[in-house]
Design a protein around this ligand. Structure first.
Ligand code: PEP
Ligand code: MG
Length: 889
């Protein structure tokens, strides 16, 4: 294998091997652009070193050969006493890891060659300053000396001289500083600063390899989900100097504005300076446009190069350059980072310029960027007082008065107040309050807690699991770290994209993209927002490309209509338990408490027309599109009062000798139905099988609603879905009963109803026996929430708030498996079940309705395994459409 590539040998497609920086330096070299000559040591060499603790045997010779070639090209030798070649040694991984790894500049300087450099440059001060920088950087990054010691010595030198900036130190001062720095190295590292230039270079290369496993770098990779085994390349590049006088300088440039996407001259320039000076902000930079006055020749050349790079990379590039005594040098380029809005604009601009096609444009944007554009956000220039940080559960920016119960939330919002509902955790009782609130803040629970799931469904901002907050709902207040108390009515702001909680009102800016999806802003109008225009076009590209259909998880007409506006092609999951709350809870309570058949039938009879009305509305809102109605799923005790509260009530009534028969009866039922582990208890199809008449009532409501819609000349397309099936027998029994009810309704109404019956696949056993289950199911919808819960054995309500942070920190997974599908585990079951199901029934329709249906990475996976549709909350539909389009192009 070859471990070293001259810049003339590589190209931009070799990022795996040469890292991003090395590959792009090679590309620019081969484009004939002025790149200081040099070579790159591959990531392979780094991997060998990291695995074995030793550099590959061939590396030293290869480096020597490339160094020889470089020296010949430059006409001088590394560290040569009278005219030294100096090099930089820089890290450069496949993915940019800004500031995470090491760089050493000015390698080749020594007590001798510093004199040669001074003579050649005609600048004593410059030479000694370069030498002091080398010892400082080398001491810190290669020899592990505490950087503060150098900084302190530098400060002291300035103090002694009574000056404030480095540039006021002259050659003599810097010479003294070099002596001091060398002493620091000797004391701290226990060795002299190496005078042999090759030794300097070799040690620096090794240090760059080692920096791959530095703590900062590891943490960064975990956060950014960059694999740990890629290794870094090392670039050895001949030095050019921007600090050789007023005809020198250094700068950064963008081929377009990374914030707006507009073409123009964007960047900064700093005269008589080196790269670090720009970053360190020692002096103020000037706008790049001013370079035209300073050095017209270099400016014109730079503009020419920028055009070459844009046309070559067909994308926004960012550039680092240096001018050494009127000669322009390119030090780096890469496809530049940009804001979410600019990504959409640039992609469409490049299509218009004929540089890329629609499929490529889709690769230039992401669902995450679209999601970012859809949420209102806090003004980033605002002054803020952050008091806590929880889990970013549902993005957006919300401001309002803190309230600690649902009742107050509703009352205050009715009188026109904006409120944030603060709870320890939420439950179905809080629904009204959640709807009324601008945002929801909880101190407990993770990304699939009730608060998080419901808030995401509503597109409402939510921060959950902010454990530093002490929420005291009884006294209507919370205590933030440091002891400050937020009382009911105090204004707070929460950021659901970062999980941050602020005191007071942080100003919010609304999203034009949502206005567009809602139909309140139009593309194509004369004064249309540029961003909206770009989003509109990209969505059209995605819709043309995608194979996956996108449906919504919605349980009421309002959500269904919004989903339609957002582009939903049906409802993939209507959770009927959401229809049993509010006023109807009492009816459900009576159903559960029924002692006799007659009592039970009576409450079912009362529920039927209410359910039917729900479905009529829903089918009307989704007319002509499929609506998958799931029969009741969650444990019955969720509809009953809290066991502790009720016990207290009963005990109180007893002690006061007040009548409490009803309460007592309720308490007994609650005890009877109480489960230690309700997620694995009496729910889903099990409920349908043990509570007679419950599922058939629901099926009847669906069938009658469909018949009514047909009579009204509508086009209802209902599908009936059975939850939590583990074996085909369960499904067969429910199916038989359902078929019978449907037939009865057909006969009674004289209507022909085509009601598909299918099941959720959300238990491992269902996935493993999918071939059998498909015998009784016309469709499968993967419930990846429960499937993740049961495959991992992770309680979806508990784990995210308890130990997931530790798991993420340890890198066990880079993202919660409740958020992004675990391809290897849960995903492989989905894939196998899809295949087995289709083997039994080739026209089996396949979808997914867990939270993963709206997650970008998961959407790609579902595309690959051949599902027909994904279903997600209304607000995530545009993201799913976009990602489905990206997956197919
Ligand atoms: C699921 O389990 O993935 C699902 C969609 O059902 P629920 O979240 O209602 O349990
Ligand atoms: Mg489920």
């Amino acid at each position: 294998v070859k471990f070293v590539y001259d810049f003339t040998e590589g190209n931009k497609d070799l990022k795996d091997l040469l890292g991003g920086k090395g590959a792009n330096l090679a590309e620019m070299t081969n484009l004939g652009l002025p790149v200081p000559p040099g070579f790159a040591i591959t990531t392979e060499a780094c991997k060998v070193y990291l695995d074995s603790g030793e550099e590959p045997a061939a590396l030293r010779d290869e480096v020597s050969a490339h160094l020889d070639a470089l020296e010949r090209k430059m006409g001088k030798k590394l560290g040569q006493a009278d005219d030294p070649l100096l090099v930089s040694v820089r890290s450069g991984a496949k993915f940019s890891m800004p500031g995470m790894m090491d760089t050493v500049l000015n390698i080749g300087l020594s007590d001798k060659s510093v004199q040669g450099l001074a003579k050649q440059a005609g600048d004593e001060r410059f030479a000694w300053d370069s030498y002091r920088r080398l010892i400082q950087m080398f001491g810190k990054t290669v020899l592990g000396v505490d950087g503060e010691l150098f900084e302190d010595a530098l400060d002291k030198a300035k103090e002694t001289k009574k000056v404030t900036v480095d540039t006021e130190l002259d050659a003599a001062d810097l010479k003294k500083l070099v002596t001091k720095f060398k002493k620091i190295v000797k004391t701290e590292a226990g060795r002299d600063f190496p005078q042999d230039p090759r030794e300097q270079m070799d040690l620096a290369i090794k240090a760059v390899f080692d920096s791959w496993n530095g703590e900062r770098a590891k943490l960064y990779r975990r956060q950014e989900r960059i694999p740990h085994d890629l290794g870094t390349a090392v670039n050895v590049c001949s030095m050019v100097f921007g600090n050789l006088g007023p005809d020198s300088g250094t700068g950064v440039a963008f081929t377009r504005d990374p914030a707006s996407g507009h073409q123009g001259v964007y960047g900064d320039y700093l005269q008589n300076a080196q790269g670090e000076d720009v970053v360190a902000g020692i002096r103020n930079t000037v706008p790049l446009a001013e370079l035209e006055q300073i050095d017209k020749k270099s400016y014109d050349q730079l503009m020419q190069i920028m055009e070459t790079l844009e046309n070559h990379y067909k994308d926004l590039c960012d550039i680092e350059f240096t001018i050494e005594r009127g000669q322009l040098w390119m030090l780096q380029t890469r496809v530049g980072k940009r804001t979410a809005g600019a990504a959409f604009r640039i992609a469409t601009q490049l299509v218009d310029q004929g540089l890329i096609d629609e499929a490529e444009a889709l690769q230039r944007v992401t669902g995450a960027q679209l999601a970012q554009l859809m949420f209102p956000r806090f003004d980033e220039h605002a002054k803020v007082e952050q008091v806590a940080r929880g889990i970013a559960a549902s993005p957006g920016a919300a401001v309002g008065k803190a309230v600690f119960d649902s009742y107050t939330a509703v009352k205050w919002s009715r009188s026109g107040e904006k409120v944030i509902l603060v709870r320890r955790e939420t439950n179905p009782d809080d629904l009204d309050g959640m709807i009324a609130a601008e945002g929801i803040l909880t101190s407990r629970g993770g990304k699939t807690s009730h608060a998080a799931v419901v808030a995401r469904g509503m597109g409402k901002t939510c921060v959950c699991g902010a454990e530093e907050l002490e929420v005291d709902t009884k006294r209507r207040r919370m205590t933030v770290p440091g002891g400050h108390v937020v009382e009911e009515g105090d204004v707070i702001s929460i950021d659901g994209s970062t999980g941050k909680v602020y005191l007071g009102e942080v100003p919010v800016v609304p999203s034009p993209v949502v206005e567009y999806f809602e139909g309140r802003m139009h593309a194509g109008a004369d004064d249309a927002d540029e961003l909206v225009e770009a989003v509109h076009r990209i969505m059209a590209f995605a819709d043309r490309k995608r194979r996956l259909r996108v449906r919504a998880n919605a349980d009421n007409a309002e959500d269904a209509l919004r989903a339609r506006r957002f582009g939903a092609q049906g409802i993939g999951l209507c959770r009927t338990e959401h229809m049993f709350l509010g006023d109807r809870r009492e009816l459900v309570e009576r159903l559960i408490l029924a002692d006799t058949e007659a009592e039970r039938e009576e409450s079912l009879k009362q529920l039927l027309p209410l359910q039917k009305k729900d479905f009529v509305e829903l089918f009307e809102a989704m007319d002509g599109l499929p609506v998958t109605v799931r029969l009741l799923d969650p444990p019955l005790h969720e509809f009953l009062p809290d066991i502790t509260e009720l016990s207290v009530r009963v005990a109180l009534a007893e002690s006061r000798q007040e009548p409490h028969e009803n309460e007592l009866r309720l308490l007994q039922a609650v005890h009877r139905l109480h489960e230690q582990n309700p997620m694995l208890g009496l729910r889903g199809v099990r409920l349908g099988l043990v509570v007679p008449g419950l599922f058939t009532m629901q099926v009847r409501a669906i069938a009658e609603a469909a018949a009514e819609r047909k009579a009204a000349k509508g086009d209802p397309r209902a599908e009936i879905m059975i939850p939590l099936v583990g074996t085909v027998q369960e499904l067969e029994i429910v199916r038989e009963e359902a078929d019978q009810v449907i037939e009865e309704v057909q006969a009674a109404t004289g209507t022909q109803l085509k009601l598909a019956i299918g099941t959720m696949i959300e238990l491992p056993r269902a996935a493993l026996t999918a071939g059998q289950i498909a015998e009784a199911a016309e469709f499968f919808s993967f419930g990846t929430n429960d499937l993740t819960q049961t495959v991992w054995g992770f309680s979806r309500d508990d784990v995210e708030a308890s130990f997931f942070t530790a798991y993420l920190e340890k890198g066990i997974f880079g993202v919660s498996p409740f958020e992004t599908i675990d391809k290897d585990g849960v995903g492989s079951l989905v894939k196998a079940a899809a295949q087995a199901g289709r083997a039994t029934r080739p026209d089996l329709k396949l979808g997914v309705c867990g939270e993963h249906g709206g997650d970008p990475e998961s959407v790609h996976f579902f595309h690959e395994v051949g599902l027909d549709y994904v279903s997600c909350s209304p607000f995530r539909i545009p993201v799913a459409r976009l990602e489905a389009g990206r997956a197919a192009s």
